[in-house]
Design a protein around this ligand. Structure first.
Ligand SMILES: *Cc1c(COP(=O)(O)O)cnc(C)c1O
Length: 493
């Protein structure tokens, strides 16, 4: 199984190389050349397995240059006691036809853990297999969730360092404290004055600085990224679609072979693309429902075939979905068209004009697998309140967006297919917004609001968040954008 670039299908590399490199040298993303199938018989076997065994079974055919023993070691280390639910990714059925797949039981309480707990193992092994002798420094610009999940994943991993930059005023109290109190000898965290875009632009310019790269190489280091363009982050996410389906079969909500829908709160299109891969592998999926907040560029694209990022950017209460360029869409466009030249031209148009329109056959192919909807903060809050008051089920803002879009989908289409909603963060991670949705005041520091949400709902906060109150801040620097490179230079010695 080889991997090819979405912008040049003649460029072929092994799985280890694709993971070690992250981005293809031509700027494209790596995709597997073929998609392995999972038969009905195999699906039945998966139902009898636990999450770890399912993970090995799904990932193995994609990782030919890794042995099964290696995968078992990584999966066992990644999905264990660090999760506060033994099922790792449990499905809560709120009715016979609707379940919630809770992906936030990992150490940082957001779904990014599902991939970032295992990525350090895949990445360090890939570097070794590729004969890379330099050590790697992971550089992250974060709007909140990715930074903490990457810190937790890479903390004290031998031969690695990690530097995370977050926008000074762009993350919640809880998210900030999660990052600035991070333990580990190889980690560094700094605020950047400005917004997420400033942090992101700063990181990109460090990656593009060839002189700095040479300097680091002389010291025996190189820079790499942990964001969702890396195949090593996407692959582990395919697993939980299979796992959720098996849980629905085991709970007798569906029969083996029945179709199911998934609703995915979407930003960079990584999570939902993993669901599309699961469908291509043979998982009986009817529709993948793409849920967006007020930044609804994907809703428009899936409905019309026109991608246009020239529009106002909204800061919403579901910040991890505040995105106007969804990088992983490039993978879908390549897989559906099989045309690297076409994809390269779309991406060129996106860069120069901020927009492109796909061909009619491609638009139809997208519409066959995906439905799209969006909602504003007001309707998201309404869903959170209604679900809590009606079902005593507490959800975060990102999940609230997905829930709202599901209700709209059902009214719009009349589809009664059993459906699983992906829940991507603990409600406590966004406790200020969730409290407001429930009609409470939020004029207090984050750690106080955590307790207030427990008082209001009788739901306990996840242990890693409850423990924040007693943590000391290790990192309190804030740099200007142009000084970010100096921070990395000082730390990577
Ligand atoms: C990252 C994130 C998302 C969006 O996932 P993508 O893979 O970027 O589409 C949704 N919800 C939460 C809580 C997240 O952290």
């Amino acid at each position: 199984m080889m991997y090819i670039s979405t912008r040049n299908s003649k460029l072929k590399v092994s799985a280890a190389k694709a993971i070690a490199q992250g981005l293809a040298p031509d700027g494209g993303l790596f995709v597997p050349e073929t998609i392995p199938g999972v038969s009905g018989e195999r699906l039945k076997e998966l139902c009898a397995m636990d999450y770890r065994a399912r993970a090995v079974a799904i990932m193995e055919p994609y990782l030919e240059d890794f042995s099964r023993e290696e995968l078992i070691t990584y999966v066992t280390a990644a999905y264990g006691e660090n999760f506060d639910d033994r099922q790792i990714a449990p499905v809560k059925f709120l009715s016979d036809d609707t379940g919630v797949l809770e992906l936030y039981h990992g150490p940082t309480c957001a779904f990014k853990d599902m991939a970032l707990q295992i990525l350090p193992y895949l990445l360090t092994a890939s570097l070794k297999k590729c004969g890379e002798e330099r050590q790697v420094c992971i550089l992250v610009a974060t709007s909140g969730d990715t930074g903490k999940a990457a810190l937790e994943g890479f903390a004290d991993v031998p031969r690695t360092k990690i530097v995370v930059f977050y926008p000074q005023d762009g993350v919640s109290d809880v998210q900030k404290l999660q990052m600035t109190s991070q333990a580990g000898k190889n980690v560094f965290v700094s605020a950047v004055s400005g917004n997420f875009d400033d942090a992101q632009t700063g990181v990109k310019s460090i990656f593009g600085n060839e002189e700095f790269a040479r300097k680091l190489t002389e010291r025996g280091w190189f820079l790499s990224s942990a964001n969702s363009i890396n195949w090593g982050r996407l692959l582990p996410q395919i697993v939980y679609y299979f796992s959720a389906y098996c849980e629905a079969v085991n709970a007798r909500k569906i029969k083996l072979g029945d179709k199911m829908n998934f609703v995915v709160p979407t930003g960079n299109f990584g999570d939902i693309l993993a669901g599309w891969y699961a469908k291509q592998m043979g998982l009986p999926v009817k529709k993948l429902i793409c849920a967006s907040n007020a930044n609804n560029v994907l809703t428009d694209f899936i409905r019309t075939g026109a991608y246009n990022k020239n529009r106002p950017f909204y800061t919403t209460t579901s910040p991890s979905m505040d995105i106007l360029v969804s990088s992983n869409l490039e993978r879908l466009l390549y897989c559906l068209s099989g045309d690297d030249k076409l994809v390269a031209s779309y991406m060129e148009q996106l860069k120069t004009n901020g927009s492109y329109i796909v061909t009619e056959p491609l638009r139809q192919a997208v519409a066959k697998d995906f439905y799209a909807g969006c909602c504003d903060d007001g309707r998201t809050f309404e869903s959170i309140r209604k679900m809590f008051e009606g079902k005593r089920y507490l959800m975060d803002t990102h999940t609230g967006v997905a829930w709202t879009v599901l209700e709209e989908y059902r009214i719009d289409t009349g589809d009664t297919t059993p459906t699983v909603v992906l829940s991507t963060a603990s409600p406590f991670k966004f406790c200020d917004s969730v409290l407001r949705a429930l009609g409470e005041e939020t004029d207090a520091p984050g750690t106080v609001l955590l307790e207030r949400l427990t008082e209001k709902t009788d739901v306990a906060a996840p242990a890693p968040l409850a423990a924040l109150k007693a943590k000391t801040v290790r990192f309190d620097t804030c740099v200007e954008k142009q000084n970010m490179i100096g921070v990395v230079d000082d730390f990577v010695k």
